[in-house]
Design a protein around this ligand. Structure first.
Ligand SMILES: Cc1cc2nc3c(=O)[nH]c(=O)nc-3n(C[C@H](O)[C@H](O)[C@H](O)COP(=O)(O)O)c2cc1C
Length: 214
């Protein structure tokens, strides 16, 4: 095995949880890009999907949804332990009427116990999303997600315009993609945004972790 060259090797690797919900695969594709980038940056990564809440009949009525269910069958479902474990959590959700999907919200709503114990605070959080149309609620979805993070006492690492590519994808709140109801699969612009966001979360979380430990 090759030896990782990260500062944490052999001691305490940065832990990143990528927790997402995806019906038709857009967010799942971004979640994989973010996970792989965080791993390449030296983090230990848990890629986790939110448990499905929709009835199987609804899934089966939409081929893209059924395909994504099959393609992601091997990804473990998220639990509160995954959030407790992580130094940084990157949440992904499709826009649902300008808001966070109920499936990801259900994951968040199961964190009350950890919240009461103060175990969600001082972690780094970030979010990514997708919508069907360009003004369909990407920013409102990410801001709604970040409302919850404020209650955690979390530290939001948004991408801002910290990389020249952000002037191309144009969303400082987090990676977002416009899928045009499936007609526009995740493209290189969105993948670049995902990589920039993942690298930034790892870098900021390393700094926070080291600073808090000092
Ligand atoms: C119930 C529902 C509500 C949606 N609300 C919006 C919306 O407000 N704005 C929008 O542009 N797209 C909306 N969409 C489309 C999805 O957000 C979009 O297709 C997203 O990319 C799907 O991600 P996924 O492929 O990971 O499931 C909605 C889809 C569903 C099923």
């Amino acid at each position: 095995m090759s030896t990782p060259t990260t500062p944490e090797h052999g001691t305490d690797r940065l832990k990143v949880a990528v927790v997402y919900y995806s019906s038709t695969g857009t967010i799942a594709a971004l979640a994989r890009e973010i996970s792989e980038t965080a791993e390449k940056a030296g983090a230990e990564v848990r890629l986790r999907k939110a448990p499905e809440l929709a009835p199987q009949s609804a899934i089966d009525s939409n081929p893209a949804w059924a395909d994504n269910q099959r393609a992601t069958a091997g990804i473990p479902e998220a639990s509160p332990d995954d959030v407790a474990w992580a130094d940084a959590v990157i949440f992904g959700t499709p826009t649902r009427f300008g808001n966070v999907s109920s499936q990801l919200k259900q994951v968040l709503d199961q964190l009350g116990g950890l919240w009461a114990e103060g175990r969600l605070a001082d972690k780094v959080y970030s979010g990514f999303t997708a919508s069907a149309s360009p003004h369909g609620g990407q920013e409102s979805t990410l801001l709604a997600l970040y409302n919850t993070v404020h209650h955690f006492g979390g530290l939001i690492a948004s991408p801002g315009y910290t990389d020249p590519s952000k002037f191309t994808d144009g969303n400082p709140y987090g990676t977002s993609h416009t899928d045009a109801q499936g007609a526009n699969p995740v493209d290189e612009t969105a993948r670049t945004a995902a990589r920039v966001q993942a690298d930034r979360v790892v870098r900021i979380a390393r700094g926070v972790k080291a600073g808090l430990a000092a």
